[in-house]
Design a protein around this ligand. Structure first.
Ligand SMILES: C[S@@+](CC[C@H](N)C(=O)[O-])C[C@H]1O[C@@H](n2cnc3c(N)ncnc32)[C@H](O)[C@@H]1O
Length: 126
């Protein structure tokens, strides 16, 4: 395998196959199914008006598994109406307390490639 340039790392194909890169408008319909273990969305919501931010945080809460974590920017904050849905783990890290577990169906983006990898949760990199 070709070595990466100094200071960089190359991710093995098995791990890369688990990742889907897509454009997503956070303020439109989402092509997701299932729930996520973690969502990282930092320094994006601050550009939305208050109503749009609240809708986004609520949608994230609905898309996390129980105990799933939402990571937001240090200058971002969850509105009062949503704080009961999360426990704060650390600065900018909020753990969902009222999500549902859906172990039989992993989260993902609805594409043929992602659907084929459903159910796979352990991979080795050679
Ligand atoms: C300040 S940058 C933050 C980038 C990165 N998350 C970080 O913390 O370095 C804000 C990003 O929000 C993205 N953005 C703005 N509106 C968006 C939307 N409706 N849906 C998805 N991304 C959006 C922009 O494209 C931009 O990349």
């Amino acid at each position: 395998m070709k070595m990466p340039p100094a200071g960089l790392a190359r991710v093995c194909q098995a791990a890369r196959d688990l990742i889907a890169f897509r454009r997503l408008n956070l303020d439109a319909d989402w092509p997701f199914h299932g729930r996520f273990d973690a969502i990282m969305c930092r320094n994006v919501a601050i550009y939305f008006d208050e109503q749009t931010q609240t809708r986004l945080w609520r949608r994230f809460a609905d898309r996390l598994q129980t105990a799933g974590v939402l990571y937001i920017g240090h200058s971002e904050a969850l509105p009062k109406e949503l704080v009961t849905r999360f426990d704060q783990d650390a600065a900018g890290a909020f753990r969902v307390v009222d999500g549902r577990s859906e172990p039989a169906r992993r989260s993902g983006i609805s594409t043929e490639k992602t659907d084929e990898s459903e159910g796979q949760n352990s991979h080795s990199c050679g």
